[in-house]
Design a protein around this ligand. Sequence first.
Ligand code: SF4
Length: 61
Amino acid sequence: MAKITVDVSTCVGCGLCEQACPDVFKVEGDGIAHVILQICTSCDIKEVAQQCPVNAIKVSE
Ligand code: SF4
């Protein structure tokens, strides 16, 4: 199963990932996106990762 992580030192909290996949990503009060669920059936997580403007989302197989 793919492991999804957000690099907290890189994330700028733009919210793009949360918009693309709110099941998996949530921008919390600290202004950083957190992974709230490791599995997504409604989106292509690799595509979402590529959309991150600072390349903070990592998806490892
Ligand atoms: S798209 Fe990238 S920079 Fe924007 S909130 Fe998500 S992880 Fe952070």
